[in-house]
Ligand binder design. Structure first.
Ligand SMILES: *Cc1c(COP(=O)(O)O)cnc(C)c1O
Length: 241
């Protein structure tokens, strides 16, 4: 159930984030239409997914398979029960185990966290079995610490070619999380450079998923096309853990 207080709170926070993006776009001479906000709804309920849909959001992000699928199904039910067309683009943004990939390929529209060959193969098989084409971003590790997900920049060309070889996958671009404690401007400058190298051989891979609640301005400065924003819109997840 969505209370009017929750609706007002989320609407105000979303307007504030949209204002930050508008300003960042203006400062770097970019059109706002080049930037999509993916609202990361992890830990928040299906009613919040329906709520942000009502505020014009169509792109939502999740990071855990077991949570994402039932939540998105429930959100679609809530929207349909309201007479609203439940058009949602579901982005999977979290680290993904190979054994969950086939399942994720059934309901996600975009996977941002592809960082190894075995995961590419598993997603391709899953998408093929489901008769779908899955959009894929390769996650880059910008500090060489791959334990938090992401491939090393030198592995990306091989992975990009592998994705491109599968008809059930569509290579859309790159994704990164700024390393903890690093300067986001330096991180996203590096990401932009790596991305232009990949685009030289895969011109269609022109999405750049970068920037979260705290560093979205820096991401916009360096060409992000998709911002993954959670807490600045839905509030702190701390109380929900
Ligand atoms: C949770 C999460 C986000 C959103 O982070 P906020 O700081 O809440 O905006 C973005 N990207 C990924 C990969 C996440 O897991």
């Amino acid at each position: 159930m969505t209370t009017s207080r929750r609706r007002d709170e989320v609407a105000a926070a979303l307007a504030e984030v949209r204002g930050r993006i508008a300003e960042a776009c203006k400062a770097s001479g970019r059109a706002e239409s080049e930037v999509t906000v993916v609202v990361v709804t992890k830990y928040f309920p299906a009613s919040d997914v329906a709520l942000v849909h009502g505020l014009g959001v169509r792109d939502v992000g999740e990071n855990r398979d077991q949570e994402a699928e039932p939540k998105m199904a429930r959100a679609r039910e809530l929207l349909a029960a309201d007479g609203t067309h439940p058009d949602l683009t579901v982005h999977f943004v979290g680290q993904l185990q190979t054994n969950k990939a086939r399942h994720v390929a059934r309901y996600a529209d975009v996977v941002h966290s592809v960082d190894r060959g075995r995961l590419v193969e598993a997603l391709a098989r899953g998408a093929e079995d489901a008769g779908r084409v899955l959009r894929v971003l390769l996650q880059v590790s910008l500090d060489g610490d791959t334990s938090r997900g992401g491939a090393l920049p030198e592995e990306l060309h091989r992975l990009a070619d592998l994705v491109a070889a599968h008809p059930s996958l569509e290579l859309k671009g790159l994704m990164a999380v700024a390393p903890l404690g690093a300067d986001p401007d330096e991180s996203f400058a590096r990401l932009r450079e790596v991305a232009s190298g990949i685009r030289a051989s895969h011109p269609g891979a022109d999405w750049l998923s970068a920037g979260m609640s705290s560093d979205l301005e820096a991401a916009v400065r360096y060409g992000a096309t998709h911002l993954r924003v959670g807490s600045a819109i839905l509030g702190s997840r701390e109380s929900l853990l």
